[in-house]
Design a protein around this ligand. Structure first.
Ligand SMILES: Cc1cc2nc3c(=O)[nH]c(=O)nc-3n(C[C@H](O)[C@H](O)[C@H](O)COP(=O)(O)OP(=O)(O)OC[C@H]3O[C@@H](n4cnc5c(N)ncnc54)[C@H](O)[C@@H]3O)c2cc1C
Ligand SMILES: NC(=O)c1ccc[n+]([C@@H]2O[C@H](COP(=O)([O-])OP(=O)(O)OC[C@H]3O[C@@H](n4cnc5c(N)ncnc54)[C@H](OP(=O)(O)O)[C@@H]3O)[C@@H](O)[C@H]2O)c1
Length: 247
């Protein structure tokens, strides 16, 4: 099998100073919503590849990647320069266990993301399986500023399609807004603001939690949930917390 498929950029949409969505036409083996794939560019004669979550659901094309420009990063400053028709390398197969089939059944599913960590949840939320398996689904999405709360229209559409079953809870940490909760996810679990906003409690009996993005958020939220009686989910030792760290 070839190490890379040659993909073609369809669009590189800029949302804010640092946030982009890259749309790519490429072959890829069938994948599950929530998985990631490596993409790469040849930079100064060297192939530099990084994993990115697929933001598109498995049934739709082009492939979609939501990324933040890391100013001194090796790959992302080069990704921002891509335009329609440019070539990009795409690994043939996606990977990852943050998929609905790996999350135990329960009453409520909480998806908690920071920044671009919302991408795998966007993909999962556009599959039928998640709506068949959970009575209520909550998307918790934390960013620094309102301008960085990408994909609002898509989230609004998901909300409209699943009203009564879906709640969207944005957090904005570095600005005040009348729309989002202020501060960070773990603190809002400790002080009760998150559950009050959702109108339901987090419990080991009724909740499954998926965490994605900043590893400090994943760690702090995991500790907070463990203190509430939940535990990490493992295939052979079922629990309630499934997580993916972006770095
Ligand atoms: C399984 C997996 C899936 C991923 N999916 C995505 C995705 O969908 N979108 C995305 O933007 N990134 C994603 N990442 C991170 C991505 O692989 C790169 O690390 C990132 O784009 C930076 O690459 P770089 O070469 O420009 O920077 P590097 O030179 O590799 O610098 C890395 C540093 O940048 C910071 N950083 C990296 N990623 C992020 C991020 N997403 N948000 C905030 N700070 C970050 C950290 O401080 C990290 O130490 C994922 C990582 C993993 C492991
Ligand atoms: N966002 C920008 O303004 C900006 C601009 C240019 C470049 N960048 C680059 O992009 C990178 C990522 O920025 P980002 O804003 O997408 O991601 P981020 O730094 O992961 O922040 C996203 C959200 O996660 C929260 N968070 C951070 N640590 C947490 C923890 N321990 N527990 C709970 N929540 C936590 C942040 O809250 P806090 O605000 O409280 O930390 C923020 O609300 C930066 O490192 C920088 O290199 C960012």
């Amino acid at each position: 099998m070839a190490a890379w498929n040659i993909g073609k950029v369809v669009e590189n949409k800029q949302w804010s100073d640092s946030l982009y969505s890259l749309y790519v036409e490429s072959e890829i083996e069938p994948f599950e919503a929530g998985q990631f794939v490596k993409i790469a560019l040849e930079i100064d004669g060297e192939v530099i590849g990084r994993p990115y979550s697929l933001a598109n659901p498995p049934h739709s094309r082009p492939l979609e990647f939501y990324y933040v420009k890391i100013p001194d990063g090796l790959l992302t400053p080069h990704l921002t320069k891509l335009g329609p028709g440019d070539k990009i390398l795409v690994a043939p197969r996606a990977h990852g266990f943050m998929i609905i089939d790996e999350v135990p059944r329960s009453k409520h599913l909480w998806m908690m993301a920071t920044g671009t960590g919302v991408a795998p949840f966007l993909s999962i939320l556009e599959t039928d399986k998640v709506w068949q398996r959970y009575e209520r689904v909550v998307l918790v999405y934390a960013v620094r500023t309102l301008a960085e709360l990408g994909y609002r229209e898509r989230i609004d559409r998901i909300s409209a399609n699943h009203s009564g079953q879906f709640s969207f809870i944005p957090f904005i940490s570095r600005e005040m807004s009348d729309f989002a909760l202020h501060g960070r996810i773990p603190q809002a679990i400790v002080d009760g603001r998150l559950e009050a906003r959702a109108g339901m409690a987090i419990s080991a009996a009724d909740s499954q939690i998926m965490l994605c993005g900043n590893p400090h958020m994943v760690k702090d939220t995991t500790s907070t949930l463990i203190a509430r009686g939940l535990k990490k989910h493992r295939r052979f030792e079922p629990g309630q917390i499934t997580a993916e760290n972006y770095w």
